[in-house]
Design a binder for this molecule. Structure first.
Ligand SMILES: Cc1cc2nc3c(=O)[nH]c(=O)nc-3n(C[C@H](O)[C@H](O)[C@H](O)COP(=O)(O)OP(=O)(O)OC[C@H]3O[C@@H](n4cnc5c(N)ncnc54)[C@H](O)[C@@H]3O)c2cc1C
Length: 454
């Protein structure tokens, strides 16, 4: 039997996982990555760009059996440590006792997946091969190689796993009936660093995601195994304060001292870094279809670029791979059936996590510093602990419940919001939130709304 050949454009985390899964199904896979091989060139130059990986990501990685060892290099974050403007710290747990999201090195996980791909007999990885053209009828693609030479690669199928700025997706614009939308957020971001203590320990609590919520802007910090924290400052491009308004050293210094007083002593040269770095924009891309002529598909950020406020972009991309993997078995390698089944299954979930991620900026930057918000979360947590079959908080559905698709989590979460709005109208709720009557009213509203146990 001749094996089908796949080209995977993009050797990022999603492209590498996809290649491994396809290879293990017996396909011949060529991964073509535009950048040099980070394992040889150290392009991360010691920088720890980390991301939060949660159950959807781990579940998907489990399909190739790497979750246990990857977790060795991951730090569990059990709660959000919220740094008030007055320096007071408060905690918001992520879910039930023991639930954690995991801080992992983005480069580390990508390199681990590339190592596994290289060990697969059916997978070949190529670096410094930048895709420049695709024939959507035949799945043949043209790559510009390091020395400017052009190389045409023929295959039976091609996946664009080439990220938020996907070339494959941009080329698809010329195809008939291709729907596309792109939305820029008002905020951009820069990364900052908190170094380790001289003994290698962390300067802030290690097992937490730290947030300095300041309504229109915020700073977050995720721990790295080497004792450092990678911090991200999200701030508007325009207005005051903004990346646009803060360009003089005294103003930037005052901005940090006023808003992040308890972080300034730990951050490494925040004023210099802020002035030197160009803020990166944040945008969402939604497209349909995700496949063309049953020959070419999109996956990961190429299919759904979202904003990072739910920490789900990579989780969602890994879940795309897991779903595709499942569909290959369900449809017994019939790609005429797999492509439509894949895009129909994943598109509503990509849209849902895009919406949830946008909304979560407000939750992270504003509400998590707000007493009413915290009370709301405490009531939900208490109710959910008592009636787990009736109520799983939205954050837990998205982050800790891979069996609940994103689209379903969004729908249930909206219904829960309506119920909680009623509960929050209870007199003096901030003082009385722990009263038995609140639990009773919430119980009857939940039963009435959901009609059955979740
Ligand atoms: C600030 C920030 C924080 C984030 N935090 C989280 C988080 O906490 N949790 C989470 O799950 N996600 C997070 N994300 C999202 C996550 O980084 C992405 O969803 C994930 O990297 C997507 O993986 P991918 O492989 O689809 O795309 P990418 O990681 O972008 O990889 C695409 C690859 O394709 C290559 N490429 C591009 N063009 C071409 C071409 N023409 N030819 C060949 N190769 C090409 C690129 O070099 C790259 O290696 C965050 C994103 C940002 C910006």
């Amino acid at each position: 039997m001749t094996r089908n050949r796949f080209t995977v454009a993009g050797g990022g985390p999603v492209g590498s996982l996809l290649a491994i899964l396809l290879g293990r199904h017996g396909y011949e896979v060529g991964v073509y990555e535009g950048r040099p091989d980070s394992r040889e060139t150290n392009i991360y130059q010691g920088k720890s760009i980390n991301i939060a990986l949660s159950d959807r990501g781990w579940n998907s990685l489990q399909q190739i059996g790497i979750s246990a060892d990857t977790k060795d290099n991951a730090i569990p974050m059990y709660h959000r440590a919220i740094h008030g403007l007055d320096g007071v710290l408060s905690d918001l747990p992520y879910g039930r006792e023991g639930d954690a999201i995991w801080s992992v090195s983005r480069g580390g996980i990508n390199e681990r997946l590339l190592d596994i791909a290289d060990d697969e007999p059916n997978v070949e990885t190529h670096f410094e091969h930048r895709l420049v053209n695709v024939d959507f009828e035949t799945a043949s693609a043209v790559f510009q190689v390091k020395d400017e030479r052009e190389l045409t690669v023929d295959a039976d199928y091609l996946f664009g796993a080439d990220g938020a700025h996907s070339k494959v997706r941009r080329l698809a614009h010329d195809l008939p009936r291709f729907s596309y939308s792109q939305e820029y957020m008002p905020q951009g971001y820069i990364e900052l660093n908190i170094p380790a203590n001289p003994d290698g320990s962390h300067k802030l609590e290690k097992n937490a995601l730290h947030i300095w919520p300041r309504k229109d802007f915020m700073l977050i910090a995720l721990p790295n195994p080497d004792g450092t924290f990678t911090c991200t400052m999200f701030l508007n491009f325009a207005g005051d304060p903004s990346f646009g308004s803060l360009h003089e050293r005294p103003a930037v210094k005052a901005f940090f001292e006023t808003n992040f007083a308890d972080a300034v002593e730990y951050l490494e040269d925040p004023v210099d870094v802020f002035l030197e770095r160009t803020a990166s924009p944040l945008f969402l891309v939604q497209v349909f279809p995700w496949s063309f002529n049953r020959k070419v598909g999109l996956i990961g950020d190429a299919a759904h670029a979202i904003v990072p406020f739910y920490g789900q972009g990579m989780n969602c991309g890994f879940e795309d791979c897991a779903e595709l993997n499942r569909l290959i078995d369900v449809h017994d390698h019939n790609w005429d059936a797999i492509f439509p089944a894949y895009e129909n299954a994943r598109k509503p979930n990509g849209d849902a996590i895009a919406e949830l991620s946008k909304r979560n900026f407000i939750e992270m930057s504003d509400l998590s510093g707000d007493r009413r918000f915290q009370v709301r979360k405490m009531i939900e947590a208490k109710f959910s602990a008592r009636f787990p079959e009736l109520w799983t908080p939205l954050y837990s559905m998205v982050t800790f419940s891979p069996d609940i698709p994103y689209a379903e989590a969004l729908r249930i979460g909206d219904e829960q919001n309506r119920v909680m709005d009623i509960i929050m109208g209870w007199p003096n709720i901030e003082e009385n939130w722990d009263d038995q009557e609140i639990m009773e009213q919430l119980h009857s509203l939940a039963v009435e709304t959901f009609g059955h146990e979740m």
